[in-house]
Design a binder for this molecule. Sequence first.
Ligand code: OFO
Length: 170
Amino acid sequence: MLHKKIVELLNAQINREFYSSYLYLDTSNYFYDNSLNGYGNWFDIQTKEENAHAMLFVKYMQNNGERVVLEAIAKPDIIYSGFKHALEEAYTHELFISQSINEIYALAHELKDFRTMQFLDWFVKEQGEEEKNVDEMCKRFDLFGNDPRGLYMLDGEMGTRVFTAPSLVL
Ligand code: OFO
C-alpha cells in the first residue's frame, strides 16, 4: 500500500505525462503545418513516448492496488513565434517534468518508500536523456537551422527517429 500523498503525486504525474503527450502532438502539428516533416515526426514519436510514460505510472498504481483518477488534460495553448521557440518550449517543459519527478522521489525518500524510489529511478534517468536530446536540438538549430540547406539537413535527421517502447518492465 502506498502513502496517500505519494498516490496523489503519482496521480498528478499521470496527468502531466498525458499533457506532455498532448503538448508534443501540438508541437508535431506545428512542424507538419510548416512542412518540416522530420521535426513533425520527431515530436509525433515524443507524443507516443509520453503516452507510454503515463501508462507506466498507471500500471504502477494498479500493481499497488491504487485507483487512478483521470483528470482533464489542459489545452496546449502556446503560440510559437518560430521553429526555435517550439524547441525551447519543449526544453522548458522537460525541465518542469524532471522537477515534478524529483519531487515525488524526494517524498518517497522521506517516507522510506523504497519501492516507489526504485520505480522512479528509470524516470530520473529518462528525464536526463530527454533534457539532453532537446537541449541538443536547440543547439544544433542555432548552428545549422538558420540556413535553408542546414535546416533541410536537420529536418532529414529528425525524420529518421522511430518509436521504441520504453524498456522499463513493471
Ligand atoms: Fe515523460 O518524459 Fe519527458 O516529459
